[in-house]
Design a binder for this molecule. Structure first.
Ligand SMILES: *Cc1c(COP(=O)(O)O)cnc(C)c1O
Length: 361
């Protein structure tokens, strides 16, 4: 019933040079194979690859598919760590990046160059929860032979399967919903094109950002409850978004499940649920957020997301602090923005906690 943890580095060869299915655990490990097959299956893809972290997965995709001079189009409110990797590491290797407002498909078209080899998106985006129209963007990218990679971490495959809308590669930080319990760091990739898979598998082994068997085992265990957890994340988040929407201390609530979300219809089309992430702008002065974060008791002040416990954070000083202030302000990650990762606790406890803390402002 449970795939064992193959805590092993090397495997006996049948004869010198005659290899069994496994040779060395950087190249392959049975526990990891089980996870890789599971990731593929969840995303409706032919192939899966597991990594030591979400960043390890992203790094390997870029290393495996791009070279000096290539150009990537991405979204402006990208996960802070991904933007840091692109701008501070891969730019040094001659890869170029343009960031566009992801909710406008035509912006991708405008940013295309003859060197554009990849479109890298997140939807919903982080932390502003804007949506990228996957079908339209994939069409634009494919007309120019660009690969489309979607960081699907915020949705999990249970709520969104990017390959169905034409994307080529789905990427995950399994640290988040797939693992689901704040007890591991991991990453994954799922895709169906054999040629691209071979390149990524080669890069996975060559660069070596592979997960150990215990972490694979934990992700596999997390996946068994993905569906029930996601259902609860979604119903809790919807209730909390509606509560905040009515609250006098919230200036604006960002959640794709609210009818007021400008892309609510697109959300209904490409997502099977609206997810567990809710962001909102606080009214009040620049320090209001400190009061809010100081007074929550059920929510924990922490980075990360996608776990059974509810977390609250302040993007401009926490998850997105690595972005220069001008960029943060220009895209809307202001000091009054708060991001919630809604867990699976009793929703009334969560609402009472927020209500009490908001009263302290
Ligand atoms: C957390 C996260 C990552 C990075 O994953 P790690 O597992 O922390 O390396 C990438 N993209 C998104 C959207 C994330 O939330």
């Amino acid at each position: 019933m449970v795939v064992p943890v193959y805590q092993v580095s090397t495997y006996r060869q049948l004869e010198p040079g005659v290899e069994g299915p496994y040779v060395y655990s950087r190249s392959g490990n049975p526990t990891r194979t089980a996870l890789e097959n599971s990731l593929a299956s969840l995303e409706g893809a032919r192939y899966g690859l597991a990594f030591a972290s979400g960043m390890g997965a992203i790094t390997t995709v870029i290393l495996g598919l791009l070279r000096r001079g290539d150009h990537v189009i991405s979204v402006e409110d990208l996960y802070g760590g991904t933007r840091r990797l692109f701008d501070r590491i891969f730019r040094n290797f001659g890869v170029e990046f343009t960031y566009v407002e992801g909710s406008k498909a035509e912006e991708f078209e405008k940013a295309l160059r003859s060197e554009t080899k990849m479109v890298w998106v997140e939807t919903p985006t982080n932390p502003l929860l804007k949506l990228v129209d996957l079908e339209s963007v994939a069409k634009i990218a494919h007309e120019h032979s660009s690969v489309v990679a979607v960081d699907n971490t915020f949705m999990s495959p249970y709520l969104q399967q990017p390959l169905k809308f034409g994307a080529d590669i789905a990427v995950h930080s399994t640290t988040k919903y797939l693992g689901g319990h704040s007890d591991l760091v991991g990453g994954g990739v799922a895709l169906s094109d054999e040629e691209v898979y071979e390149k990524l598998r080669y890069a996975q082994n060559a660069a070596g950002a592979i997960p150990g068997p215990w972490d694979c085992w934990l992700v596999l265990r997390g996946i068994k409850t993905l569906a029930v957890r996601m259902d609860r994340h979604c119903t809790n988040a919807q209730r909390i978004a509606e509560f905040l929407n009515e609250h006098e201390k919230a200036a604006k609530v960002l959640y794709p499940g609210l009818k007021s979300h400008p892309q609510h219809e697109l959300a209904r089309k490409q997502m099977a649920g609206f997810g567990g992430m809710v962001s909102f702008y606080l009214k009040g002065n620049r320090d209001s957020y400190k009061n809010l974060l100081k007074h929550v008791e059920v929510f924990t002040v922490a980075e990360s997301l996608g776990s059974v416990e509810s977390l609250i954070e302040h993007p401009s000083s926490m998850t997105h602090a690595s972005l220069p202030k001008e960029i943060r302000e220009s895209i809307g990650v202001t000091d009054s923005l708060i991001r919630l990762s809604i867990g699976i606790e009793d929703v009334q406890d969560l609402i009472e906690d927020l209500s009490r803390a908001l009263d302290q402002i």
